[in-house]
Design a binder for this molecule. Structure first.
Ligand code: G3I
Length: 372
């Protein structure tokens, strides 16, 4: 944004009645007393953050996935309070964290995240009630034998009901089932869940969730969600769930990179999911600086910084054009000092996927994303 448009925005926000409604409709208001910084020095002089630019403009909540220790880190918690109004537990609400052994529920870590969110007026997304990773083996065993479908579904219902009751009124939406769709030619991934229960585990999970907390919004969440073959299988599942009023939204994970996806792929996917009349949230956004598993480790060069900013700009321009349908965007982390991508798909290859660098300062991508 150039200096002229910044001045214009300031004038709009500070001069009551100076702008007609149609002027402000295209350009959401900036929080009074703040403008959109274009560089670090301006950033340090204002207090507004992502949530002010996006939620105040009635786009979507801005979220981050965190661990319980994130809230104890002074720099990280300061950044969270400035920029985010939604939190997700990166691991703390997964089955292995909440019910590592049958009947033994451990809520302390997740409760710590929820308490921080509540103290700071942030929403909490629940992630995730049913997934094939981070699910203890006992779910699928009866002694040394494989558990029956009936037993597995009963355990699923008990877990979902207990967890959702515990967080009722504190967690506004849940990723009920995560990553059930196959990456190859099958419809469903051949997980323990699917091998024992078939498709029924998905339906039963959503039914139990709806029953446990009718006020909670229920999401299906997956990756490679813009890839046409997988997208269409996800669409079919969502359609089936929607027909039974079991799902409220699609969670697009958003594990992307500086070149992928194209605007076309992203818009096509959004259009397709939107056609079901459900909400969409981008739940695990990170933009890797690597394109392939064989790219060698790099430092965060200015070339990468520019290219990542361009990619982030593209993605957020499209997100904003789905105002009313996209209701939340959550980063799968806070700043570049902590990301699962440092160990995936290559162990120990440092990545820089977020809007904030390893010292919690905004990167070029931040300024590009808020510049609208
Ligand atoms: O909890 C143990 C700890 O006891 C042990 O000392 C330590 C040693 O490595 O491991 C800890 O477990 C790790 C866990 O994260 C908690 O830190 C696991 O090894 C590690 O595999 C696990 O990774 C998580 C991954 O899901 C598991 O698949 C990542 O942090 C988390 O970011 C990632 O999140 C997933 C989403 O839930 C779903 N979509 C994909 C996304 C990225 O994989």
């Amino acid at each position: 944004m150039n200096r002229i448009s910044i001045s214009f925005l300031l004038l709009c926000t500070l001069t009551i009645g100076a702008c007609s409604k149609s002027d402000t409709a295209t350009e959401p208001p900036v929080v009074a007393g703040n403008t959109r910084p274009a560089n670090l020095s301006q950033y340090n002089k204002v207090t507004a953050g992502l949530k002010d630019y996006f939620t105040a403009g009635e786009y979507f909540t801005m979220g981050a996935a965190i661990t319980p220790s994130t809230v104890d880190n002074t720099d990280a918690s300061k950044l969270l309070k400035r920029h985010f109004n939604s939190l997700t537990a990166e691991n703390g609400m997964k089955w292995s964290s909440l019910q590592p052994n049958e009947g033994t529920f451990k809520f302390a870590d997740a409760d710590k995240i929820v308490a921080f969110a509540q103290a700071n007026n942030m929403k909490v997304r629940g992630h995730t009630l049913c997934w094939h990773n981070q699910s203890p083996d006992w779910i699928f065993k009866n002694g040394t034998a494989t558990a029956s479908k009936e037993l597995v579904l009963q355990r699923l219902r008990t877990h979902i009901t207990t967890v959702m009751n515990h967080f009722k009124g504190k967690v506004y939406c849940w990723d009920v089932v995560n990553e059930a769709i196959d990456d190859g030619s099958n419809i469903y991934k051949a997980t323990n869940w699917y091998n024992i229960c078939g498709e029924d585990y998905i339906i039963e999970a959503f039914k139990a969730a709806r029953l446990a907390d009718p006020a909670a919004k229920l999401f299906y969440n997956d990756y490679s969600e813009v890839s046409p073959a997988k997208r269409d299988k996800i669409y079919d599942l969502l359609k089936k769930l929607k027909a039974q009023n079991l799902v409220d939204g699609m969670g697009m994970q958003g594990h992307w990179n500086i070149n992928y996806p194209s605007n076309q792929l992203l818009s096509d996917a959004l259009e397709k999911y939107k056609s079901l009349g459900i909400e969409i949230q981008v739940n695990e956004l990170d933009v890797s600086v690597y394109n392939t598993n064989t790219d060698p480790q790099t430092t965060f060069t200015s070339w990468l910084e520019q290219n990542q900013a361009t990619a982030y700009g593209r993605y957020f321009n499209i997100f904003r054009s789905y105002k009313g349908t996209i209701t939340g965007v959550t980063f799968w982390g806070v700043a570049d000092n902590h990301t699962w991508l440092d160990n995936f798909p290559v162990t120990g290859r440092k990545n820089y996927p977020f809007l904030f660098d390893t010292a919690y300062n905004p990167k070029q991508a931040y300024f590009t994303v808020i510049n609208f």
